[in-house]
Ligand binder design. Structure first.
Ligand code: PRP
Ligand code: MN
Ligand code: MG
Length: 183
């Protein structure tokens, strides 16, 4: 069972730090999309981004829409498989839309790069990206982030949507897994 009290987990970003930063990102998005002809649409990348997408969207006050894309590259492993598998496509018609891709984390950058490439082909009016976390030292491909929460160290992080073998997504803050305590 995973709980915040698990001794292997060390608090890395608390709830207040996360919500304060998201409020700032929301205000920035409000400013950037105040004048657009059509409401921006957030495309959350499932599963990891579901919580950040919900919180980011509620920090925004301009009219906006949401839809989801589902990918997986990590599976049960703690390192990227190096290939991105599409699990669910995007239903929304993104042609001519102002799209903001939302990820929980940009690690190697492969997932974000994949989504940006796929959506570019749909001829959006504009395309930007948001990520709560980014690991600059793990980046392998160019994966721009327009709305970034935090740059973090190259550590395995969980909670706030991020999983460890599919569990721990429900932890309310971001934790690091202490390797010395074993798996
Ligand atoms: C994780 C995370 C990002 C991606 C980042 O997803 O949620 O989508 O990996 O890693 P990358 O930059 O190296 O591509 P994962 O594949 O674990 O699926 P999940 O969102 O369902 O947990
Ligand atoms: Mn993911
Ligand atoms: Mg995962």
């Amino acid at each position: 069972t995973v709980t915040c009290r698990d001794e292997r987990f060390r608090l890395y970003l608390d709830e207040e730090a996360i919500s304060n930063r998201i409020a700032e990102l929301g205000a920035q998005i409000d400013e950037d999309y105040a004048e657009t002809d059509t409401p921006p649409i957030f495309i959350g990348v499932l599963n990891g981004a579901y919580i950040f997408t919900a919180d980011l969207m509620r920090a925004v006050t301009v009219d906006c829409e949401v839809d989801f894309y589902k990918l997986s590259s990590y599976g049960e492993a703690k390192v990227s498989s190096g290939t991105v598998t599409e699990r669910k496509g995007i239903d929304a018609d993104l042609e001519g839309r102002h799209v903001i891709v939302v990820e929980d984390i940009v690690d190697t950058g492969l997932s974000m790069r994949y989504v940006l490439d796929q959506i570019s082909e749909k001829n959006p009016a504009s395309l930007r990206s948001a990520a709560l976390l980014r690991k600059p030292d793990a980046l392998k491909v160019d994966a721009p982030v327009d709305y970034l929460g935090f740059d973090i160290d190259n550590l395995f992080v969980i909670g706030y949507g991020l999983d460890y073998g599919q569990i721990a997504r429900n932890l309310p803050a971001v934790y690091i897994l202490d390797e010395e305590e074993g798996e």
